[in-house]
Structures are given as structure tokens and as C-alpha cells.
Design a protein around this ligand. Structure first.
Ligand code: SF4
Length: 286
């Protein structure tokens, strides 16, 4: 209950986002974290209201810009656990550029994407992850664009913990979120989070009939080739679970060559900088 926000969610009854909120609250409690150790950063969209419903420090930022802001938070104070929450439109469309660069930089963030394959807040337009042929308010004759694959994109761009969850499987979701928070590096969890109001195609039943946990396949998360192959399956079988993990790559804040001839790490606790060091850095930047 420590992580329950003061405001109750105004999501539609049955929205998949409820499950992710609950799974995140359970995960941080299980890991023994306190609200003051966490910052939750979001963009814009139904799911981006998340920080308002979650008791921690929080920032509701601009559309598609949550990863950029979260990177700043982590680099300013590496002791914080930084969660980033949002939807598929926010993260893979408007924020697609930041998604790529946060992955290649391996910033130590946990990115939770509530992927409902539609723009819900604006009442049902096609999104970057909508299926080919899907009829929406903005594609009445069917979507003619192929959807983005966030799992293969994240892996190929350098993310070091890449998973897929489903709002209908809380147990797996909690396991994935805890693993993501404990991972040192950019952790992405793409979560199928059905929009019960505007997406009539990708429903709970649609996923329940197809979902297959990678845990049942003895999947090896260090095998990126098999991870990509399994991430591309989207017919009878759709895999969930941890596709890929690389624990050897250092997160950005741990890289030490650096400002000020090695005397000052790129990432720091602000109080650790003396006035003299600050003046030297500014002088070098000019
Ligand atoms: Fe959830 Fe869709 Fe309702 Fe938004 S419109 S709260 S995504 S069910």
C-alpha cells in the first residue's frame, strides 16, 4: 500500500494498464524499495498518467520525451531507481528517436511500455504498433503500414534487457519488472495492455489464445539471434518473457572517462561537485 498514489486511476474499467500499475507496486515492494528512492517519468497518453497513481517522485513530461528526461534524472543522481512509463504511440512513434538512442547508450532505466496497439487517449487512431489491416478511426479501410517490432528494435539498438509481458499474466509481469529493476542498463518491457474501449482486435482473448511463455521453451536470453527470431513470431504463437539480456555491457553512468581529466565521473550526486570543479567544467565547455 506504500506505493498507492493519492489519486485513483481514471482508466476505463478493464483497461490493461491497471495490471501493470499493480505489478509495478508489488515489484518495488518485493525489492524492498521506498517511495523516496524512485522517480517515475512518463510522457503523454492514457498510460502516461501512471506517475499520478504511483507513490514516488514523479514527472509527467512532454509527448515522446520521457526517456530524454529520465536519462537526465539518472545521470544527475545514479542512486535513484528510475522507472519510465508510457504507451506505444508515445514511445515508438513520437518518442522513437529517444528509444533508439537510450538503447544504444544503455542508460540504466526501466522502461515499461503499455502497448495497446492504438492511440487510446485521443479516442482510437492507428498507432505505430497497430497490426496491418487494422480498422481504426483514422484507418477506416484498414491500416496499410506494417507495425514496428519493439523487441527486435530494442535488441538491435543495444538495449541490454528486453522482455515482453501481458496484463493477463501478473505473475510473469512481476518477475519481469523485478528483473528489469535489478538489471544494470536499459531494460525495456513491452507489455500487451489491451485497450478495451477502442481496440476490438487485440483483446484479452486474442492474446490468451496465442501467448506462449518463453520460460516453457528453455529460452536462453544470451542468444540474441534466437531472441530476434522468437520476437518476430506473430501468428498462432506470440512469445512473452525475457527475450534478451546482456549483463556484460556497462551502463552509461558507470563509464568513468570523463570530465575534468578523470577526476569527476560523468554521472554524480550533485552535492559531490565542489564550486571549483563546477567552474573548471564550465570553462572547458566554453
Ligand atoms: Fe485504457 Fe483504452 Fe480506456 Fe485509455 S481509452 S484508459 S487505453 S481502455
Amino acid at each position: 500500500k506504500d506505493f498507492k498514489g493519492k489519486v485513483d486511476p481514471d482508466w476505463c474499467p478493464g483497461c490493461g494498464d491497471f495490471a501493470l500499475l499493480r505489478a509495478t507496486q508489488v515489484s518495488v515492494a518485493d525489492l524492498g524499495l521506498s517511495p523516496h528512492q524512485i522517480v517515475c517519468v512518463s510522457g503523454i497518453g492514457c498510460s502516461s498518467n501512471f506517475p499520478g497513481y504511483f507513490n514516488s517522485y514523479g514527472m509527467h513530461t512532454l509527448h515522446g520525451r520521457s526517456l530524454a528526461v529520465a536519462t537526465g534524472v539518472k545521470m544527475a543522481n545514479q542512486t535513484l531507481t528510475v522507472l519510465v512509463t508510457g504507451g506505444d504511440g508515445d514511445g515508438y512513434g513520437i518518442g522513437g528517436n529517444h528509444f533508439t538512442h537510450t538503447a544504444r547508450r544503455n542508460v540504466d532505466l526501466t522502461y515499461l511500455v503499455m502497448n495497446n496497439q492504438i492511440y487510446g487517449l485521443t479516442t482510437g487512431q492507428v498507432s505505430p504498433s497497430s497490426s496491418l489491416g487494422m480498422k481504426t478511426k483514422s484507418t477506416p479501410f484498414g491500416n496499410i503500414e506494417r507495425p514496428v517490432n519493439p523487441i527486435t528494435s530494442a535488441i538491435m539498438n543495444g538495449a541490454t534487457y528486453v522482455a515482453r509481458g501481458f496484463s493477463g499474466n501478473m505473475k510473469q509481469l512481476v518477475r519481469l519488472i523485478k528483473g528489469a529493476i535489478e538489471h544494470r542498463g536499459f531494460a525495456v518491457i513491452d507489455v500487451f495492455s489491451p485497450c478495451v474501449t477502442f481496440n476490438r482486435d487485440n483483446t484479452y482473448d486474442f492474446f490468451r489464445q496465442r501467448i506462449s511463455p518463453l520460460e516453457d521453451e528453455n529460452h536462453d536470453p544470451s542468444d540474441w539471434k534466437t531472441a530476434c527470431e522468437r520476437a518476430m513470431e506473430w501468428d498462432e504463437k506470440i512469445y512473452t518473457g525475457l527475450f534478451y539480456q546482456d549483463q556484460a555491457v556497462q551502463p552509461l553512468h558507470a563509464l568513468e572517462p570523463i570530465l575534468d581529466g578523470g577526476a569527476l565521473p560523468v554521472s554524480h550526486v550533485p552535492e559531490a561537485i565542489t564550486q571549483e570543479q563546477r567552474a573548471r567544467i564550465i570553462q572547458r565547455m566554453m
